[in-house]
Design a protein around this ligand. Structure first.
Ligand SMILES: Nc1ncnc2c1ncn2[C@@H]1O[C@H](COP(=O)(O)OP(=O)(O)OP(=O)(O)O)[C@@H](O)[C@H]1O
Ligand SMILES: [Mg+2]
Length: 580
């Protein structure tokens, strides 16, 4: 038995040894270092024979060989040296490790038989009889007394990749040892992903970091529905008052363009690169039906819309309905009758209840009066957005002063619908050998539950995109404070989930839905730092890991420049960051 709890086992950096547990109940590691030198969330490596097991610490438990030793303050009764010895023999701490991956990596390089054993172990691999070992989901357990270690930089790189590997991007660092943790950007964009956390937990900052990574590595075109005008231009952090570099400022106009909603859009006094104005013809009945909750539409709406489309066509109905007069009457034979250009007149003619048509007309006034919907816009701005994205540019769509949910739902759905159609067309042409491969596109949506709640999810293009995965080269990056409000079918499709602190049990539950080891992870999520600390989860990462988010500041762009492989516009960034 151990002489002293805190004495190291034979290897230099072992923190303990396996004493029990299993795949279902996690592994129990008897600590040989003081408990406060290990924290929940630490990345742990357990070496057992030719295998390494990787997991994260999810709990620390104080134990005693007999409860009496724990209850009794021996130091007060016995001489100090004897008390310490007794405590060392009887009191201990168990670290609970959630095992995730295992990797066969052969004999230990410093072990006595290494020189002989290594070639024997390698031979079948070299001969092609056995596959090159790769980390795989854990399917067995290490033997009793296997040693446990805190992961080294190389262990993290083995699992999460290195920054120097193509498509790997540092998203943060491990909490204690500050080893860099990468995400595989290719994998991140292969399926839709999500960034969650309570307000102030750092979602928008982390989103900037990830988007900058995607733009820098040129892995996808990015379209951001920037509801709060945060991503394009420089901003001031509300808490620290510091300047926050916008993506357009960092990458330059040739790469990132800001589109402002409305013909006279300005974003905090700065003109956008181009304006988005919609034509009456752009609005189709589905766009209206999506706004049912927002506009408080009645069940009769779809009947009225059908009749309008039947009479005026899918591109003419909006203008015709808009032009009708509500309540206008004429006198005929001393009686008031609906005027020929009135809503009621049209309704009577079309077999629609006049009250239903007038009700809808009143509710749609909120749209009829939107200055960004006009009869003849100067250009087809949606097409211009699509063209930019196809060319590999990135778009930040700023809503400017149009910050209501109505604007957000209408515009984001309408554009996404057009984009999805276009990308589907391009994909089909590509599959038929008639066009080149479509450019991967990532659509970023803040306050995603507004678009992907249970009620909306059945109808929006967003949920279709989340569900169909990569089929059409478009995926989502959803950002939300309240993941529990996102339809669970959509949540379950999110490959990578990056989650900051969440206070609400339902939100924690939603983020972990469908993931292995969620009971162990639940507690960790609840105990994250309120800011800048996240748990990386899901199919897009090899295993769950706790990460301190990378800092988003001037150094961030300097580092990006240093490790640069992609399309980062050096000159534009330097000009913006260091104007003199
Ligand atoms: N990676 C980071 N680098 C630098 N500062 C950060 C980082 N993450 C968070 N912060 C700090 O935390 C503050 C809040 O972060 P952020 O605005 O991203 O929160 P949020 O989760 O988007 O909140 P909300 O839900 O209210 O939009 C920032 O103003 C900034 O000062
Ligand atoms: Mg935010």
């Amino acid at each position: 038995m151990q002489e002293n709890n805190f004495e190291n086992t034979n290897s230099q950096s072992a923190i303990g040894y396996v004493v029990g547990g299993g795949l279902k109940e996690n592994l129990h590691v008897r600590l040989t270092v003081p408990p406060f030198s290990i924290q929940e969330g630490s990345f742990i490596v357990i070496k057992s024979g030719y295998w390494q097991f990787y997991g994260i610490a999810t709990d620390l438990q104080l134990g005693a060989t007999d409860q009496r030793f724990a209850d009794d303050q021996m130091g007060k009764r016995l001489p100090e040296s004897i008390a310490a010895l007794l405590q060392g023999q009887t009191l201990y701490t168990n670290l609970i490790v959630l095992p995730s991956l295992m990797l066969e990596n052969g004999p230990e390089p410093n072990s006595p038989g290494y020189v002989l054993e290594y070639p024997i172990w390698r031979k079948p691999i070299e001969d092609g009889e056995k596959e090159e070992p790769r980390p795989m989901p854990v399917k067995t357990v290490p033997v009793h007394h296997s040693e446990a270690f805190l992961a080294k930089k190389g262990d993290i790189a083995e699992i999460f990749g290195k920054e120097s590997d193509d498509g790997f991007f540092v998203i943060g660092h491990t909490r204690e040892q500050k080893h860099p943790v990468c995400v595989n950007l290719d994998k991140l964009i292969q399926r839709s992903s999500g960034i969650f956390g309570a307000t102030g937990s750092g979602k928008s900052f982390l989103t900037r970091i990830i988007l900058a990574g995607l733009i820098d590595h040129d892995k996808a075109s990015v379209l951001v529905y920037d509801m709060h005008n945060e991503y394009g231009l420089d901003d001031t952090a509300s808490d620290t008052g510091q300047n926050v570099v916008g993506l357009r400022s960092a990458f330059g106009r040739a790469k990132v363009q800001i589109v402002g909603l409305g013909s006279s859009a300005d974003i905090r006094g700065v003109a956008p690169d181009f304006n988005l104005t919609l034509s009456y013809q752009d609005i189709i009945p589905e766009d209206i039906e999506l706004l049912s909750r927002e506009l408080n539409l009645k069940e009769t709406t779809s009947g009225t819309l059908d009749a309008l489309v039947q009479q005026f066509g899918p591109t003419g109905w909006f203008k015709s309905f808009r032009d009708m007069k509500h309540g206008k009457t004429v006198e005929e034979d001393g009686k008031k009758k609906p005027a020929p250009d009135s809503v009621a007149f049209w309704a009577n003619q079309s077999g629609i209840h006049p009250m239903a048509a007038e009700g809808l007309h009143t509710k749609l006034k909120r749209l009829f009066n939107k200055p960004y919907i006009v009869e003849t816009p100067p250009s087809d701005s949606i097409q211009a957005i699509i063209e930019s994205l196809r060319k590999g540019q990135h778009i930040v769509l700023s809503f400017g002063k149009f910050e209501s949910d109505l604007d957000y739902l209408l515009i984001s759905n309408l554009i996404t619908r057009r984009i999805r159609d276009e990308w589907e067309k391009m994909t089909n042409q590509f599959r038929n050998g008639k066009a080149s491969e479509p450019r991967q596109l990532v659509i970023t949506v803040e306050e995603a539950h507004k678009l992907l709640n249970r009620e909306m999810a059945a109808q929006t293009t967003f949920s279709t995109i989340a569900r169909e995965m990569r089929k059409y080269y478009v995926t989502l990056l959803v950002i939300d404070q309240r993941p529990s409000q996102i339809y669970d079918e959509v949540m379950s499709q999110l490959g990578t989930r990056v989650c900051g602190w969440l206070g609400d049990d339902d939100d924690v539950h939603a983020v972990l839905s469908g993931l292995a080891g969620r009971d162990a992870l639940r507690g960790m999520l609840a105990r994250l730092q309120p800011k800048e600390e996240v748990l990386l989860l899901g199919w897009g990462v090899p295993m769950p890991i706790l990460v301190r988010s990378r800092r988003y500041d001037a150094d961030f762009y300097k580092d990006l420049k240093r490790s640069q492989k992609g399309s980062f516009d050096k000159k534009a960034a330097i000009d913006t960051l260091y104007p003199d």
